[in-house]
Ligand binder design. Sequence first.
Ligand code: MRU
Length: 364
Amino acid sequence: MTPIQTIWLDPQDPTTVWIIDQRALPHELVHEPLKTTAQAAVAIKEMHVRGAPLIGATAAWGLYLAMLEYQGAVDFDNYLAQVIDQLQNTRPTAVDLFNALEASQLSIRAAAPHDRVAVARQAAEDFATASAAQCRAIGVHGLEVLRDIAATKPGETINILTHCNAGKLACIDYGTATAPIYLAHEKGLPIHVWVDETRPRNQGARLTAYELAAAGIPHTVIVDNLGGHLMQHGMVDVVFVGTDRTTRQGDVANKIGTYLKALAAHDNGVPFYVGLPTSTIDWTIRDGLREIPIEERGGDEVTHIQGRLDNKNQWVQLTPDASPGLNYGFDVTPARLVTGLITERGICAASEEGLLGLFPEGEG
Ligand code: MRU
């Protein structure tokens, strides 16, 4: 596997957190230093980093930077509440952001004042380490799904469709939807991935394709509208996607367009799996359609498209000046359309019983 570090503390300068500015990919690999909480918040909001687990990790590191920045001139509790608010007011859908901040702030509040920096650093490192391990375990369990499909068509290629980027770049390592794909490739299973381009931000075309190409995994980028046709013609064996928030009854919010893939998969008898680490479960809500906050971004991401021109990343206008764009970032796929949830503890039904069977702590 090609190692891609998505976020890390500078080993020589512990006042600097490094990220990959994903807006420049796939054409350029740009590393960006974060030195303040404000910079971390901008990196999340403006999608220098994106993907649920990486958003969570960046927020945790943002809180670490806030501990470094604290000078003692203002009341600490007010300061902490204000920086958490700043980090939370970036992207509303991925629950990892809120879960990571909650875990960090609990540790920070329990710490003595002179330990706060070290405790915040440990919390950020713990989130990242746990997330990478969880993604690796998702890969191990998801591999069994691919092995089962392989057994039904010996020697033939397994065609996997994925939407958005639920890969290493969305996480700390391995990815969620891509973890089984990486493992299958390592084990020599013949696989091919249909990569939805994922308008408007094209995370599939830019990021998933970049990752799969780097790993030497056969793949083809397709327009978002092609998936249904491929499924009708037996050209998709399984769909693997990630999620930004999973409710206790197993509804999943993921990148806009995921729901349409789930509908097409359901209509064509194609299994539809969702990979998720614990950090994307929201035990506080049940009905995803009504309760998951859906991010709305600027219409300019729809009316314009980003690409490489004259050796520079540029946005090009697609639409007439007078035509506005509407840009909801996520949709909710109801549990009934999900074949299974692939978690670090195994695969379960997309239901409250299924999730509680693997995560009994969700009862509390
Ligand atoms: O808007 P993005 O790029 O942050 O959306 C990312 C996704 O929708 C991913 O599929 C999701 O975060 C799961 S990633 C492991």
